[in-house]
Design a protein around this ligand. Structure first.
Ligand SMILES: *[C@@H]1O[C@H](CO)[C@@H](O)[C@H](O)[C@H]1NC(C)=O
Ligand SMILES: *[C@@H]1O[C@H](CO)[C@@H](O)[C@H](O)[C@H]1NC(C)=O
Ligand SMILES: *[C@@H]1O[C@H](CO)[C@@H](O)[C@H](O)[C@H]1NC(C)=O
Ligand SMILES: *[C@@H]1O[C@H](CO)[C@@H](O)[C@H](O)[C@H]1NC(C)=O
Ligand SMILES: *[C@@H]1O[C@H](CO)[C@@H](O)[C@H](O)[C@H]1NC(C)=O
Ligand SMILES: *[C@@H]1O[C@H](CO)[C@@H](O)[C@H](O)[C@H]1NC(C)=O
Ligand SMILES: *[C@@H]1O[C@H](CO)[C@@H](O)[C@H](O)[C@H]1NC(C)=O
Length: 489
């Protein structure tokens, strides 16, 4: 993303907690008729009627539960004695079992939240179903774990956010749907999650509306789907569109699998990163399309072991980005990031690493392999002078960028910028940057700029197009090896 950096996790947690409290307050006295859950048997409805679950023991109406209700408050669904275990999955259908209306107008927040809480308290496998043919209006909500068993949320219908910023609680403007400590949760389906971001993008405080920056919080806008402190989570198959801000944010997670998503928002929608990851390890993002107004995938501080494969970015957007890192003297460590078999179309950047002056830590072991560029403005870029104001001070420290390989980067670039730009720090040069099989041609017109290099050490192991004459061979005389501020691991 361009404009908002990560808050500290402490602040994030505080926000979340206040958000959770607010959610609960918001629904007291207005929960609707869970009592009318009656038994029903419907052909398309898993599981078979003998399965344990709400059909045998429909949740009683009860006070809206706190985010982590004690298990004893669970409406203990007794497994049927004839349960042969052939299908142990209990379906929690938000319409049939929890009274959701699904017309896109009525507020279905309580229904889906209660379905989650009920599934979460079941020790078996549960599927919260938002069925096809319905549109569920859902307000800002925290789905809290850990759960007793495993829970999937199957969205085959459409989930929409309230579109009007004025109706959002002031204290939870930074998140829409949050999964908190929801270890093992799977979010999947053939449906759509629509953040209804248009009115947020048009707020006068947004930078592109002349409103300066969104640092002050005045212009905070919700991330559509946030996974916070949740391990082994997966997101598969959904369409997600028009988030007010990032579409997905994973922070402080271990084990993230994202696949077969389609993420779209307009090219001029501000800060609508597709998938943002920070302080998170072991991430796989595959077979996904992102067309949006900011980074396709953005990787923030504290992230390791990310594999991105077969992702298509654009048209529009800012490409795949590591950073920004090291803002306001902060320490950032990012390592072991692979991007392969990607396509980047008509984006401002292709594969980018961006750091602020003045930080510490390092970015290391990064590989960009087999990336096709289609009329991209800065296909290959390292920018260690990232700066949003016009007055960033020169600094004697920086986040080290080392061990980056570009292999098989081919296609076309927009001639308004050089196809390759390595702007490395005066204080801490980039080292061990290697290129092989790089071939970038003008999308139209003539090549105007040669590759740009500043303080970059490395090697092209095959001839490149355009020729890469500006790399410094070898290693800097004063290596970073002894500088402990740059050491991460
Ligand atoms: C069904 O669930 C029970 C208890 O949760 C478990 O012991 C059993 O192995 C499960 N059977 C199958 C086929 O998954
Ligand atoms: C993720 O799941 C695997 C397999 O079930 C398990 O071994 C691992 O401990 C889990 N990781 C975390 C961080 O919970
Ligand atoms: C790549 O991802 C697209 C969807 O974005 C999918 O249709 C295609 O089959 C994937 N290709 C491979 C080789 O997995
Ligand atoms: C690098 O990340 C990949 C996952 O993308 C993982 O399989 C591999 O073990 C990691 N390597 C190291 C050295 O941690
Ligand atoms: C920072 O350094 C660059 C190059 O060394 C120089 O051109 C620029 O004027 C300096 N900026 C400031 C604010 O000192
Ligand atoms: C250079 O970077 C590559 C790829 O990240 C890594 O395998 C290699 O060990 C690095 N070499 C040195 C001398 O650090
Ligand atoms: C650069 O690459 C060439 C070809 O692989 C190799 O012969 C040479 O030793 C490399 N130079 C450095 C400084 O790594």
């Amino acid at each position: 993303m361009e404009l908002i950096t990560a808050r500290t996790s402490a602040i994030a947690l505080l926000l979340l907690l206040s958000l959770a409290v607010l959610c609960n307050e918001g629904v007291h006295g207005r929960h609707h008729h869970h009592t009318k859950h009656t038994k029903h048997n419907s052909a398309h409805n898993h599981p078979p009627a003998h399965a344990p679950g709400p059909r045998h023991g429909p949740p009683r109406p009860r006070p809206y539960s706190p985010p982590a209700p004690p298990p004893s408050s669970a409406p203990a669904p007794a497994p049927g004695p004839d349960d042969d275990g052939a299908d142990n999955v209990t379906v929690y259908d938000v319409v049939k079992d929890f009274g959701a209306v699904g017309d896109g107008v009525a507020d279905d927040t309580d229904a889906i939240k209660t379905a989650w809480d009920t599934a979460c308290q079941d020790a078996g496998s549960g599927v919260v179903l938002a069925a096809a043919g319905h549109t569920f209006l859902v307000r800002t909500t925290v789905f809290t774990g850990p759960c007793q068993g495993s829970v999937a949320i199957q969205v085959d219908g459409t989930i929409v956010a309230p579109g009007d910023p004025d109706t959002w609680p002031a204290s939870s403007k930074r998140n829409w749907l949050v999964f908190y400590q929801a270890h093992g949760v799977a979010l999947r389906g053939m449906g759509m999650i629509d953040g209804k971001g248009h009115k947020w993008w048009d707020l006068p405080c947004k930078p592109h509306k002349g409103g300066g920056s969104s640092h002050g919080g005045l212009c905070d806008s919700p991330v559509a789907m946030r996974f916070f402190m949740s391990n082994n989570v997966s997101v598969h198959g959904l369409k997600v569109q028009n988030s007010p801000e990032f579409h997905f944010r994973f922070d402080q997670c271990r084990g993230v699998a994202v696949s077969d998503l389609s993420i779209t928002s307009p090219a001029d929608s501000p800060n609508t990163d597709g998938i943002h990851v920070e302080n998170t390890q072991d991430v796989h993002i595959t077979n996904t399309l992102v067309s949006n107004g900011d980074d396709c995938v953005s990787i923030g501080a504290g992230t390791r072991n990310v594999h991105i494969e077969n992702v298509t970015c654009g048209p529009g957007g800012h490409g795949i980005s590591i950073g920004s890192l090291g803002k306001a003297g902060s320490r950032a460590c990012v390592a072991n990031i692979t991007v392969r078999d990607a396509v980047i179309r008509r984006s401002d950047n292709g594969v980018r690493i961006k750091t602020w002056q003045g930080g510490s830590g390092s970015v290391s072991a990064v590989a960009f392999q087999n990336v096709r560029m289609d009329a991209v403005r800065n296909p290959i870029i390292i920018d260690q002078y990232y700066c949003l104001s016009h007055s960033c001070e020169n600094s004697t420290t920086a986040v080290l960028v080392s061990g980056v390989t570009y292999a098989g980067i081919r296609g076309t670039y927009d001639v308004r910028s050089p196809p390759i730009h390595f702007g490395c720090s005066d204080a801490v040069p980039c080292t061990n940057i290697t290129l092989a099989d790089v071939e970038l041609l003008p999308a139209e017109g003539q090549r105007v700029d040669d590759p740009f290099c500043w303080n970059v050490y490395g090697n092209a192991t095959t001839p490149t197009v355009p020729p890469m004459d500006c790399l410094i061979e070898g290693v800097p005389r004063h290596g970073a090896e002894d500088d402990t501020s740059l050491k991460c691991y």
